[in-house]
Design a protein around this ligand. Structure first.
Ligand SMILES: Cc1cc2nc3c(=O)[nH]c(=O)nc-3n(C[C@H](O)[C@H](O)[C@H](O)COP(=O)(O)OP(=O)(O)OC[C@H]3O[C@@H](n4cnc5c(N)ncnc54)[C@H](O)[C@@H]3O)c2cc1C
Length: 279
């Protein structure tokens, strides 16, 4: 049970959502946007999230788009993880999000909710980092399209009253060789000890990671090491792991040493599967 009362709004258009947010804020209310709602419900039940009002963006048509438009894939923020996988629209994204939670939860969990999650994993963001994705934000001043990385500082920084409408990915990324690998502690349905998404573009491997540090990331230094042709595979991987942007997590799921071990093996597997040639 959710231990507090809240107002529920389900606007049908972007301007209606923005206006509803502003009106509620002007009344001094704490408002949050919501799409799948699984995280809102889970954290509210244990008093770790609270709101006076929620705005459910599932009624907005643009947030449900899942199609090719011209030279890009357009993925609405309220599209469920299962729909993304079943559509095969962007196979790397489909495979990566298929490893999140269980099938029933993935019917509810949305891509917008996953990449804006307060949990550290946000695995859905990995393919978006590799494919130079753009995001369309709804704001009171109108919609804005900008590179995902412009609003990413460990987590997505979306301004007050704004919300994510769509994700845009150039269609050409859909046909590049890719791999996605998630290692968990025991069961398949669990948070990652290590999750890696990778693709090969212009004969260079790109990699993005979740579960390794306190936030998902893609790193130029790590990729430079993995693409250094003068090194052996083991040397590339050791160098890449020494260049991570933050300390490796040490928690109840996995010690730092074990996570490092799993990370190196996973990188080996990824490089092998993409046939990234050793020196
Ligand atoms: C059983 C289970 C296992 C899980 N395992 C994993 C895992 O292995 N890896 C992983 O990465 N995640 C995992 N998760 C986390 C899950 O992906 C997140 O909790 C996700 O946020 C839920 O999506 P939702 O659409 O239900 O989010 P919601 O509850 O709707 O929203 C989550 C957050 O995102 C914000 N938000 C939602 N939509 C938007 C938008 N369009 N614009 C701006 N902000 C928005 C909300 O305000 C809220 O703060 C798991 C969750 C469950 C239930």
């Amino acid at each position: 049970m959710i231990p507090f009362d809240f107002e529920y709004y389900k606007p049908e258009t972007i301007p209606e959502a923005i206006q509803t947010y502003q009106e509620l804020r002007n009344q001094g209310k704490k408002v949050i946007y919501y799409s799948g709602g699984t995280e809102f419900i889970t954290f509210s039940r244990i008093n770790q999230m609270a709101a006076d009002a929620i705005i459910d963006i599932k009624g907005i048509r643009e947030c449900h788009v899942l199609e090719q438009q011209g030279d890009q894939f357009v993925i609405g923020s309220a599209v469920s993880l299962n729909k993304i996988t079943e559509s095969s629209i962007f196979p790397l994204l489909g495979q990566t999000v298929k490893q999140i939670a269980d099938h029933t939860s993935r019917n509810k969990i949305t891509i917008g909710g996953n990449i804006n999650s307060r949990l550290i994993y946000r695995e859905g963001i990995l393919p978006l980092l590799l494919s130079d994705a753009k995001v369309k934000l709804a704001r009171s001043e109108g919609e804005l399209v900008l590179p995902l990385t412009n609003i990413l500082d460990k987590e997505l920084k979306i301004g007050s009253g704004e919300f994510l409408v769509q994700i845009l990915v150039k269609k050409s990324y859909g046909s590049l060789p890719f791999a996605s690998l998630k290692k968990t502690k025991i069961t398949k349905v669990s948070y990652p000890v290590v999750s890696i998404a990778a693709l090969v573009k212009d004969q260079r491997i790109r990699t993005a990671f979740s579960g390794v540090c306190e936030y998902p990331f893609r790193s130029d230094q790590v990729e430079a090491a993995l693409n250094e042709t003068s090194l052996s595979m083991a040397e590339k991987i050791n160098k890449a792991v020494s260049l991570l942007p933050a300390q490796i997590i040490d928690d109840i799921q996995a010690s730092r040493e074990y996570r490092t071990f799993v990370l190196k093996n996973a990188l080996h597997e990824i490089m092998d599967s993409l046939e990234v040639a050793p020196a």
